[in-house]
Design a protein around this ligand. Structure first.
Ligand SMILES: [Zn+2]
Ligand SMILES: [Zn+2]
Ligand SMILES: [Zn+2]
Length: 365
């Protein structure tokens, strides 16, 4: 479940059986437990996950962390928390669901924790498809981004900028807190045996919530300041940044790209076209613009003014999807008001030219 660097086993302990530290002031003393697999299967990992969350907010808060090293551990521990908590819910559905390959699942290897466990992306998929857990596309993507950031960090070191990481981490933290509550991963405190655990978990969770609020309020404060300054009266030219996911990417560069004032990331037009093209599943990145005919039309960009439009990086216009249809000849976006009054067919000038040529040829024969 956890990788070896996330949970180093103590001598005599089996790997992958999460250690739980109870730091509840209501418990008589700090108790270290390493729980047998016979015990409640999902609760020990849950406490372990909450412990990771606590570490994340400590590393992210400006007064207790915030250095590049802190950010590194915030990302590693957030990914560990996500993995542990998602899998705790999967185990509750059925223990075999945390195996990478379901065909190799045996109860014995599960109890001994000697198996390859599934990826976060697979865990999300199984939670949705098998356990019927609702995870929005946005949350699933935030989890995927986090897993990718964590892998990049392991291999190449920290390349993302600090503010982008903080804003993204706050979103995943927010999701995990909701997930813990909605999926009732912490047993009620009255269930006798789980009493001390539940108290410890609730105590730690309170600290996590405070931490998340502090991080979110940092994000909010910064966004408010930007809205009053750099982004003032520019909502129609401001889009959500793909790195920090804040509505702070101000378009305005000559090439149609722009700079994100929240995370300071620069987005040249060609990168925007490529990323949105991939997201839309297009075979070629940009579509032809009905205004300037350049292949630089982007779909799926969210503007800060909330208006649903496309965007062309060449002519900087924002065509409204409701006004556009597809050319019956070449499939490019073309205004619906250009439809032929009798046939209702939309043809762009190029295709109109072609069809006229065809007609002339057929009549001349
Ligand atoms: Zn950004
Ligand atoms: Zn254009
Ligand atoms: Zn056409």
């Amino acid at each position: 479940m956890l990788t070896s660097d996330q949970n180093v086993p103590q001598p005599g302990e089996s790997p992958d059986m999460p250690e739980v530290k109870l730091a509840c002031p209501r418990a008589t003393k700090n108790v270290r437990l390493r729980l047998g697999a016979e015990a409640q299967l999902d609760f020990p990992p849950v406490l372990n996950g909450i412990d990771y969350l606590l570490s994340v907010v400590t590393h992210l808060q400006p007064d207790t962390g915030g250095t590049p090293r802190d950010l590194k551990y915030a990302v590693l521990h957030l990914q560990a928390a996500a993995e542990v908590l998602l899998k705790a819910r999967l185990i509750r559905e059925h223990w075999s669901l945390v195996f990478r390959d379901l065909d190799t699942a045996t109860h014995e290897s599960f109890l001994q924790a000697s198996f390859d466990s599934c990826t976060t992306a697979t865990a999300v998929k199984r939670l949705r498809n098998i356990a019927g857990v609702t995870i929005s596309e946005k949350d699933a993507r935030a989890l995927k981004d986090l897993a990718e950031t964590r892998n990049a960090l392991q291999h190449y070191g920290l390349t993302h900028n600090a503010r982008a990481l903080e804003a993204r981490a706050a979103k995943v933290l927010d999701f995990l807190l909701g997930f813990l509550a909605e999926e009732a991963l912490i047993p009620a405190a009255s269930e006798h045996e789980a009493d001390a655990w539940a108290h410890a978990a609730e105590y730690d969770l309170d600290m996590v919530r405070d931490g998340v609020t502090a991080i979110q309020s940092f994000v909010t404060r910064r966004m408010n300041r930007l809205r009053g300054n750099e982004l003032k009266d520019a909502e129609d030219r401001t889009v959500y940044c793909l790195a920090c996911q804040q509505p702070a990417l101000l378009l305005g560069d000559d090439d149609g790209g722009g700079i994100c004032h929240f995370c300071t990331g620069r987005w040249p037009a060609r990168d925007l076209i490529e990323v949105y093209g991939i997201e839309a599943g297009w075979d070629s990145p940009g579509r032809y613009c009905p205004n300037c005919s350049c292949p630089t039309l982007i779909d799926g960009m969210s503007f800060a003014d909330g208006k649903d439009t496309l965007y062309c990086t060449s002519c900087h216009t924002r065509p409204v999807p409701a006004d556009l249809g597809r050319c019956n000849g070449c499939g490019r976006h073309w205004p619906t008001n250009a439809a032929h009054p009798d046939t209702g067919q939309i043809l762009c000038p190029k295709c109109q030219g072609k069809s006229a040529e065809k007609k002339t040829r057929s009549t001349s024969h």
